[in-house]
Design a binder for this molecule. Structure first.
Ligand code: CA
Length: 418
């Protein structure tokens, strides 16, 4: 179901989390079925687990405790997920349409009100504003609603002993058991994503060990059941990122590019001063002021010169470090802006078939069900069955490309009774 884009491997601290919501948001559905899981050799698996005892001992887990915690039956169905590669690329506008929709904005604004005092304390202690923290919460787990259903001990033990990333998962497995042994995690059957990210903010165990804080003062760091711990830990992550969170600074702004702007100058790591960019004719779309001229900044044109463009500062890098993907960082940044009351991007995406919000995805699924397609429940998740049904309808109506993608065109066609 969920998949692990290769870019996540470039950021081992944060492997895998919002693959959960990619799937939940339907942006990353795949047409092909997941290949069958391989089988395993029980004796070999037991030897592998026994071979991790010394690492566990070094981490401070006594052998008896380790043997008890590590006593699991592997789940080989995680292995095809490790190797699955997306066979088609999700357009950025689909990704953002699902992750930054009116529903998630309204939910986030409600969370800002509900947790105002807590978020103020987090901001005072870590210097990170409430909207950024809540945006990460919303994108990572839909505000705690979706945090993964696979037992973490099982998935991580399996990946520690099989597949192509064993050393990485071995240390994550040990880190997880250490959290359980130390009492941060009381539930041994804690679940998460297939790759081991879990809790409100989808930390990997090693990130949890390094970054999580006990903010509600009950003596343990609990990112599964404590919203204060989870939100403070997110802020702590940003504060301690290499870019370091700069209190009160914006992540960036949507901009207007001057005519003839050479997009080869864009890119997150191509930094110039704001003064240099301004001299090229760059301005904010809303006409507002840019930071001081000597501020380092980069220009992003994620869908080319005709799509929305952005100027970004070092807080954008801090967000990017949470999960190294431009699409992810832009989702957080633009959701945070909408939580501040912003109305969203002013420049349309360069497409005549924009992406769908979760509400629209549910509407599309309802229409497909009404036409007799067996797509299961209406859940706003565009999985294989929904995608196949869309493809069938695209062919029947004569829409091209007949790619099974959930966009406005197929939704409008079905709504119009075509
Ligand atoms: Ca706590």
């Amino acid at each position: 179901m969920s998949r692990l884009p290769t870019h996540r491997f470039s950021s081992p601290a944060r492997l895998a989390l919002s693959s959960l919501l990619l799937c939940a948001g339907g942006a990353a559905a795949q047409v092909t079925a997941t290949p069958a899981a391989p089988t395993y050799d029980a004796a070999e698996f037991a030897r592998c687990i026994a071979g991790i005892r010394s690492d566990a001992a070094k981490a401070g887990i006594p052998q008896a405790a380790f043997d008890q915690l590590a006593d699991v039956t592997p789940d080989m169905t995680v292995l095809p997920l490790l190797d699955s590669q997306p066979e088609f690329t999700t357009p950025l506008w689909d990704y953002l349409a699902g992750l930054v929709d009116d529903e998630r904005v309204a939910d986030g604004r409600a969370r800002l009100v509900e947790h105002r005092a807590l978020l103020d304390r987090v901001a005072a202690q870590y210097g990170v504003d409430a909207e950024t923290v809540v945006a990460i919460w919303g994108v990572e787990s839909d505000y705690g609603r979706i945090s993964g259903k696979r037992p973490l001990r099982v998935s991580l033990a399996t990946l520690a002993c099989h597949g192509r990333r064993q050393p990485f998962f071995r240390s994550e497995f040990v880190a997880l058991l250490k959290l359980m042994h130390d009492g941060d995690l009381r539930n041994r059957d804690t679940t998460g994503s297939w790759a081991g990210a879990f809790g409100h903010t989808q930390f990997m165990p090693s990130t949890y060990a390094r970054i999580a804080v006990d903010f509600d003062g009950d003596g343990r760091r609990d990112l599964v059941d404590s919203i204060p711990d989870a939100l403070a830990s997110t802020a702590n992550y940003l504060k301690r990122s290499r870019a370091g969170w700069k209190t009160g600074q914006p992540w960036g702004y949507e901009i207007k590019l001057p005519a003839g702007f050479d997009t080869a100058q864009a890119g997150r790591t191509s930094r110039r001063t704001v003064a240099a960019w301004t001299a090229l004719g760059i301005t904010r779309v809303d006409g507002g002021a840019l930071p001081a001229g000597n501020t380092q900044a980069a220009i992003l044109v994620p869908t080319g010169a005709k799509g929305p463009a952005f100027i970004v500062f070092s807080n954008y890098d801090a967000i990017f470090s949470y999960n190294a993907a431009e699409s992810y960082a832009l989702a957080i940044a633009t959701l945070a802006d909408r939580l501040r009351g912003g109305s969203g991007l002013q420049t349309p995406w360069p497409t005549d078939d924009p992406g769908l919000s979760r509400a629209q995805r549910r509407e599309l699924q309802t229409l497909l069900l009404a036409r007799g397609h067996a797509i299961g429940e209406v859940d706003g998740m565009i999985g294989t069955a929904t995608r196949r049904a869309i493809q069938t309808e695209q062919r029947r109506i004569g829409l091209t490309p007949d790619d099974g993608r959930a966009g406005v065109r197929i939704l409008d066609a079905l709504k119009a009774g075509r």
